[in-house]
Ligand binder design. Structure first.
Ligand SMILES: [Zn+2]
Length: 332
């Protein structure tokens, strides 16, 4: 009997799920539009249905031992999603509890996608064997999963590790979704990169292929594409993004002294374009004590599957934790 876990990634648009083993091998995968269901309880029932259907299609004997979910604004301690701006259901949503009840009380754990990405890196990726590291996800926003002593830092209330909302610009900072101004994610994320490129386009008459794209249609992918082809304005936008990010990472190093920091998500998919300026700024700003010591690298998880692998790893980590607790009980 093969032991598998289900990994589920919830975002405002798609819900993606997969059956995965302890080595990160994906046995089956599927997705459906998150907003298909106006009622939250129907959404949870759909997740169960889809996972059962996926399981029914597998021709090897297997057991689903736990379920891990990466979801916005979700709280590892309570298992709830709390006031997620990007989801259609409002308030507190008891996702883990409802899904666990539907699966005969199997362990169901939730956390945000950046924490899931950190656990994914630890179980399947480049952070194997590391006890102190961080994963920074550069998507529409900026998320961070911080691992200290082998465990994700959840903090007092379950929401620790909001590197995206440290304030990095004091005067005339860009307005942030959190209601404040000048947060890191307004600068280092796909939205931030886009905004920086738009500002550069407004200020200069330099020849750039970005001028051929109507501003409202310009995406971070267009900027990456242009930068790869050597476009000076697009390259400059990545440079500026990397400067903000690198400076913030130098501060993060002073707080947690990590062995490594991994970049993942859409903007990180531009690879050296973002890695090089970020590294430069990080080394320039870090305390002498840590210069040249902290590895900054790209996530080694395959970009497309990283969110579901992170969620699956969350379930595996939970089983490992339970086994350790049981073993400890036997000793004492
Ligand atoms: Zn903010």
């Amino acid at each position: 009997m093969k032991n598998l876990v289900a990994g589920i990634d919830v975002d405002g648009i798609q819900t993606t799920f997969a059956l995965v083993d302890e080595f990160g091998k994906i046995y089956a995968k599927g997705s459906f539009p998150t907003s298909d269901h106006k009622e939250f309880k129907n959404y949870v029932a759909r997740i169960k249905e889809e996972i059962m259907a996926l399981s029914g299609m597998l021709d090897i004997p297997h057991d689903i031992s736990a379920i891990g979910i990466g979801a916005p604004n979700s709280n590892y301690y309570t298992g709830d999603i709390e006031n997620a701006a990007n989801l259609i259901w409002k308030g507190r949503l008891p996702l883990a509890q409802q899904l666990s009840a539907m699966f005969g009380n199997k362990p169901v754990v939730v956390t945000n996608d950046a924490n899931a990405a950190a656990i994914g890196e630890m179980i399947y990726g480049g952070a194997k064997g590391m006890k102190h590291f961080a994963v920074v996800t550069l998507g529409t926003g900026l998320g961070s999963g911080i691992v200290v002593g082998g465990n994700v830092l959840y903090g007092h209330d379950g929401f620790a590790g909001e590197l995206g909302h440290i304030k990095i610009v004091k005067e005339n900072g860009r307005p942030c979704g959190c209601g404040r101004k000048g947060c890191l994610e307004c600068y280092a994320s796909s939205k931030g990169l886009r905004r920086t490129a738009v500002e550069l386009l407004e200020g200069k008459n330099e020849s750039t292929r970005l001028k051929n794209i109507p501003i409202e249609e310009l995406t971070s992918k267009d900027i990456a594409f242009a930068a790869k082809a050597g476009d000076p304005v697009a390259k400059k936008a990545f440079e500026i993004t990397g400067e903000y990010l690198g400076e913030a990472l130098a501060n993060l190093i002073a707080l947690i002294s990590p062995e490594a920091i991994f970049l993942s998500g859409g903007v990180a998919n531009a690879k050296e374009l973002i890695l090089t300026p970020t590294k430069r700024a990080m080394e320039k700003n870090v305390m002498p004590l840590w210069k040249g010591k902290v590895k900054l690298t790209l996530s080694s998880l395959e970009y497309e599957n990283a969110p579901i692998l992170g969620a699956a790893a969350l379930a595996i980590k939970e089983i490992q934790k339970k086994n350790t607790t049981v073993a400890r009980r036997k000793i004492f």
